[in-house]
Design a protein around this ligand. Structure first.
Ligand code: NAP
Length: 398
């Protein structure tokens, strides 16, 4: 029996649950727990209708470490798949340690009062997880996640040394709304409004938010302007790629998105500190989240594609070489298959594959582990099989 507990019934949680149900030979018993039971029940019903699989659901506040530990001890899953919010990473890592259960997530921990994307808080668990003979897999989504695995695959099969990496993320889809975010609005806006940062010649270089842009030719989408952002996978990849000279992360945004975001930031609506409103403490960003569309609700009628990958340049057999490893995913196809949009889909599928690698012991290393430290081959084989085919294209070397 491989009993798993999925925590978080949002856009990504829905996809992970459907995908685990699709692989019911591996995930023989699935429980979905989240803060709001109604959301779990909706996913439970959809999984039953579309897959014919029964899952259990439960209410759980993952911020309550004691109650979560007790719940884990009673349920006895072999793995916790954390697809709640980054704020829950540390409480869930604590509960998993106390209950003796393996852990994985799709985004690094963030303190609520500071938009800081760093692994230091989770790396601090390294010895405790090792000593307890447990594994904690970090960031098994698309970016972070598949992008880390693409780099590991390039290092294993294509290069002796990797010098330059550009991770490029394009959502060329249209949801028909003036302004909406494709995953949790609070987390998304915290990420985009922070200062930019990339790594070059052994040092981090900071930029103003969205200061640097460049046009990339995205497979099956074409030319799109992308903005340099700091993204968490850069922090672990600089430690694990041989010979690296520079690594950057780029994401595309439409003009409407940037216009709305700029205005919201200028008027203070993206602030994450408390303000006093008629004697009540309000965090503007949390209030804004209540006003914006739920990312899950964008799925129906969403058209277009995401195109995400890694442009990697380095040396092979004494010669320069450049490749683009990427996946293209169609919003409408995702809706047909699991009633989700492609951003949740491209996160939820790799979360399920990461979990599968752990359950099958194809990935088995104790402690806090990053995706690029594991063998990329079995992961990429299953990724293509479960809905995210990937491709390698040779590019001309400048
Ligand atoms: N690596 C990647 O490529 C990638 C890409 C996109 C997203 N992500 C990550 O995926 C995660 C999920 O994103 P999403 O778009 O699915 O977000 P979402 O739609 O906002 O869903 C989050 C879910 O977590 C639940 N939750 C929040 N606090 C909780 C708590 N204390 N205890 C239990 N459940 C709690 C929420 O419950 P309520 O409904 O009660 O609020 C909600 O169901 C986020 O961490 C996000 O950063 C990763």
């Amino acid at each position: 029996m491989s009993k798993v507990l999925i925590i978080g019934a949002g856009g990504v949680g829905g996809v992970v649950t459907h995908k685990c149900a699709q692989a019911s030979d591996v995930f023989t018993h699935i429980t979905l727990a989240s803060r709001t039971l109604e959301k779990c029940k909706k996913i439970q019903q959809s999984v039953k209708e579309l897959r014919g699989v029964d899952i259990d659901v439960a209410t759980l506040d993952a911020d309550d470490v004691e109650a979560t530990t007790q719940y884990l001890k009673d349920l006895k899953p072999v793995l916790v798949i954390n697809v709640a919010l980054p704020y829950q990473d540390l409480p869930l890592m604590d509960a998993c340690l106390a209950a003796g259960i393996d852990y994985m997530d799709t985004a690094n921990y963030e303190p609520r009062d500071e938009a800081k994307f760093e692994y230091k808080w989770q790396w601090a668990y390294q010895d405790r997880y090792k000593d307890a003979n447990l594994m904690a897999l970090m960031g098994s989504g698309f970016d972070p996640g598949v992008t880390n695995v693409f780099c590991a695959y390039a290092q294993k099969h294509h290069f002796d040394e990797i010098h330059y990496v550009d991770i490029v993320d394009c959502n060329a889809g249209d949801h028909g709304k003036a302004f909406a975010t494709n995953f949790n609005p609070e987390i998304n806006l915290r990420e985009v409004t922070q200062r930019g940062k990339y790594w070059e010649d052994g040092k981090w270089v900071e930029t103003d938010p969205l200061e640097i842009s460049q046009t990339f030719d995205f497979p099956e989408v074409g030319d799109r302007k992308a903005y340099l952002l700091y993204h968490e996978e850069l922090e672990s990849l600089v430690l694990h790629l041989k010979g690296l000279k520079r690594i950057r992360f780029w994401m595309t945004f439409g003009e409407e998105y940037i216009k709305h975001m700029t205005v919201l930031a200028n008027v203070g609506m993206t602030r994450i500190d408390e303000v006093d409103y008629k004697g009540t403490k309000v965090v503007p960003m949390e209030f804004l989240k209540c006003l914006l569309p739920d990312p899950g609700s964008l799925a129906e009628g969403y058209k277009g594609k995401t195109s995400i990958g890694c442009i990697i340049e380095g040396m092979k057999d004494g010669k320069k070489k450049k490749i683009f490893i990427y996946n293209v995913c169609d919003h409408e196809e995702c809706y047909r298959e699991v009633r989700s949009q492609a951003v949740s889909y491209t996160t939820g599928v790799p979360a399920m594959i990461g979990a599968m690698m752990m359950l099958q012991k194809k990935w088995d290393q104790k402690g806090v582990v990053h995706m690029e430290q594991m063998d990329p081959d079995p992961f990429l084989e299953q990724l293509a099989k479960y809905g995210l085919p990937w491709h390698v294209k040779e590019l001309p070397v400048d």
